[in-house]
Design a protein around this ligand. Structure first.
Ligand SMILES: [Zn+2]
Length: 145
């Protein structure tokens, strides 16, 4: 997996950067959208969600943590409009967002809202996840609820 940064000129329009590199820890997250559900690691011992994935719970160091399905809903915590075609074929402009997920205060995911018009989304808006399959990865994106 070293060729994810190739610059094919006839590649379809992209709504975000290259697909992420999968490893043992993060592959569940990037393939979770195959059944339409967002998943993050959850510690049953201390009821704590965490992202990005780690080998143990960041709060209580429990190593027995597992991916758990989530509602996929959240609130826009920060947003920025990207107007730079920083990779070939990237669709611009598009909204980059940081979404705070409903499951836990402070649990945030950096993503994008490719279907939303810049200017139509504000901090505090309620959003819901959707997925776009690219190669063996399901990229989580958000849209207004
Ligand atoms: Zn824990």
């Amino acid at each position: 997996m070293t060729d994810t940064h190739s610059s094919e000129t006839n590649a379809p329009e992209k709504t975000m950067g290259p697909v992420p590199e999968l490893d043992e820890l993060n592959s569940f997250f990037w393939t979770s959208g195959a059944d339409g559900q967002l998943r993050m690691q959850y510690c049953e011992d201390c009821q704590y969600w965490q992202h990005p994935p780690s080998v143990c719970c960041r709060k209580c160091l429990n190593e027995d943590i597992a991916p758990k399905p989530m509602s996929g809903t959240g609130t826009v915590a920060a947003l920025t409009v990207n107007r730079m075609p920083w990779i070939p074929g990237l669709k611009i402009p598009y909204l980059l967002v940081i979404v705070e997920l409903d499951e836990q205060q402070g649990l945030r995911l950096t993503s994008a809202m490719p279907a939303a018009e810049p200017g139509s989304v504000s901090i505090g808006d309620k959003v819901k996840v959707s997925f776009e399959q690219r190669e063996d990865v399901w990229m989580p994106f958000f849209a207004l609820q």
